[in-house]
Design a protein around this ligand. Structure first.
Ligand code: KDG
Ligand code: MG
Length: 405
């Protein structure tokens, strides 16, 4: 099964997605997701100009060797562009191997550890009341776990809080440059515990709750927030700090029993190695798309399992149905799977461009048995939705200082 062609598609059927298609000389086609939100075209060039020419003629079955070739062989290891490009190729190769074997990818990983995949949704709003109403709607839909985000009074356009808006993550405006948002740690820290207090008063303790800080705090501020949230028993507090310094998590850990989750911007196992082996975190949030694909995620899950760290892959709308399907295969297999972030794909035209094997029901995802990862990509339909340049926002303090995230 020799690789005969590698094609890269960049489309915007509601979101920008980079889709990798590998064709083989025996007529099979494998699909991978290589979407790096806000920096998509750099990954496209990396694959088209630098990777594709090296892989033509190679045996598509040699997934591990190709992974090592692209990781070690490039000399330039790690980094989001490299690892997203490797991920796109790696996911497509697993898809091909599954199709060649006539088996779903999870079977190649070792089979099912569970029948269905627990997910958490997002409730958000401009006020606590709006956020809690949204939470109520998700509980009615059957969600067992929900992330709560609420606009902070006095902070215009808090990231990730526009209830019901399709583009609530990026707040994509008509401007073609990154939107800017104000940040104030005091306002934030004074507000968030009340959100969770009210949520528990209204809905009790059966529903599991999480919160995403989006890396806006310092370690000691994060420790304070995690400690103040203890009475509300979060499933986890996500991205409490930026994590270049892995040791910072130990500081937070020493002050609180609120479980900690991190990893959505990690590219390799090296980014989380110390966090896992020192048991400074409880959930690892790496994504197949940004962290070197299925080959690398399997390795991370295995390391995490030795230290009682569970997997909770990143699952925002900027990971395509292919990326989500890759996660579903990993999640169904991983003995230490925790929970998957999932808020759906936004209906049409996404569902016409990507036909995927996932069904949401009452707080769980179900994965259809199909060879490979089970996604079909309609190139003709996709070509109707050209790429639209868009950016994540940046945060600044009131005095203009550029802030963390
Ligand atoms: O591209 C960035 C988003 O995917 C990210 O901000 C979403 O933090 C996020 C999450 O947990 O889903
Ligand atoms: Mg996050």
């Amino acid at each position: 099964m020799k690789i005969s062609e590698i094609k890269v598609f960049v489309n915007c059927p509601g979101r920008n997605f980079v889709t990798v298609k590998i064709e083989t000389d025996n007529g099979l086609v494998g699909l991978g997701d290589a979407t790096l939100n806000g920096r998509e075209l750099a990954v496209v060039a990396y694959i088209e100009k630098h990777i594709a020419p090296c892989l033509i003629g190679k045996d598509a079955h040699q997934i591990e060797d190709i992974w090592q070739y692209l990781y070690k062989g490039a000399y330039w290891r790690k980094g989001p562009i490299t690892m997203t490009a490797i991920a796109g190729i790696d996911i497509a190769l697993w898809d091909l191997k599954g199709k060649a074997a006539g088996l779903p990818v999870y079977q190649l990983l070792g089979g099912k550890s569970r029948a269905k995949i627990k997910v958490y949704g997002h409730a958000n709003g401009n006020t606590i009341e709006e956020t809690l109403n949204h939470l109520g709607q998700l509980i009615d839909l059957g969600y067992k776990a929900v992330r709560l985000q609420c606009a902070i009074p006095g902070l215009e356009g808090t990231y990730g809080t526009l209830a019901g808006k399709k583009d609530y993550y990026e707040l994509q405006s008509s401007r073609s440059l990154p939107p800017e948002q104000p940040w104030d740690t005091t306002k934030y820290l004074n507000f968030i515990p009340t959100l969770f207090q009210k949520a528990r008063e209204k809905y009790g303790y059966d529903i599991e709750l999480t919160h995403d800080v989006h890396s806006r705090l310092t370690p000691i501020e994060a420790a304070r927030l995690a400690k103040e949230l203890e009475p509300y028993r979060l499933l986890f507090l996500e991205d409490a700090i930026p994590s270049e310094n892995q040791a910072d998590f130990t500081l937070i850990r020493q002050h609180t029993i609120t479980p900690l989750a991190v990893g959505e911007v990690y590219n390799t196992i090296w980014d989380s190695k110390e966090l896992i082996t020192s048991q400074a975190i409880d959930y690892l949030r790496s994504a197949a798309t940004h962290s070197g694909g299925i080959t690398s995620m399997r390795r991370q899950a295995d390391l995490a399992s030795l230290y009682k760290v569970r997997t909770a892959p990143h699952g925002p709308p900027d990971i395509s149905p292919i990326g989500h399907a890759a996660h579903a295969h990993l999640n169904i297999w991983a003995p230490n799977f925790g929970i998957q972030e999932f808020i759906g794909f936004g209906g049409e035209p996404m569902n016409q461009v990507f036909r995927h094997p996932l069904t949401f029901e009452a707080g769980y995802l179900y994965l259809d048995d199909q060879p490979g990862i089970g996604v079909e990509f309609d190139e003709v339909e996709a070509s109707r939705y050209p790429y639209k340049r868009s950016y994540l926002p940046v945060s600044r303090l009131e005095d203009g200082t550029l802030w963390d995230w």
